[in-house]
Design a protein around this ligand. Sequence first.
Ligand SMILES: [Mg+2]
Ligand SMILES: [Zn+2]
Length: 207
Amino acid sequence: MNNRALFVDRDGTLVQARHYPSRPEDLILFESIGEPLALLQATGFLLVVITNQSGLAHGYFDETALQRMNAHLHVELEKLGVRLDAVYYCPHHPDGSVATYAIECNCRKPRPGLLERAARDLQIDLKHSWFVGDILHDVEAGNRAGCRTVLVNNGGETEWIAGPYRTPTFTVLSTAEAFTKIAAEERLANPAVNSQLRIASEIGVGL
Ligand SMILES: [Mg+2]
Ligand SMILES: [Zn+2]
């Protein structure tokens, strides 16, 4: 359990928000995220996408389409010098029309099931990991799992329903800013990260 992860929500956080993306070309990465992401990765963070994909339960697209979208994300991030380590998704929705997915599960955010599964699979220390997302359900899932959390307040959240696990560690205005903030916190917590970040920046990671 000694890996650290940067868990990131997909829609509205890693890629621009769209109504139920179903094709690779629907996924457009936010600008300016490549450099801070690559730098964080150089300090040892795994990059793991954590995403609710209830479009599967509703029959809007199938697993093959989702795999195509995942493959596209890998390629687009790789162009920025970023390695996507894993994608964990919840295909469920209690009101879904596809019977196998129409259940109450423990992995649909705000529940922390996806994070816990990733932690088991990849030996991740959740307490030393971060979850970045654009709505309070992301914050709640991350906090319930024991991670630190960053809310990207870019317009995704509109309901602002309070709750015991719904206060983020930090709030920022863009995804790039979230990664920069995390790097700064890691620097403060661990001076060795300073030299790792400096070296990564000097050798041009992510550029
Ligand atoms: Mg989102
Ligand atoms: Zn689920």
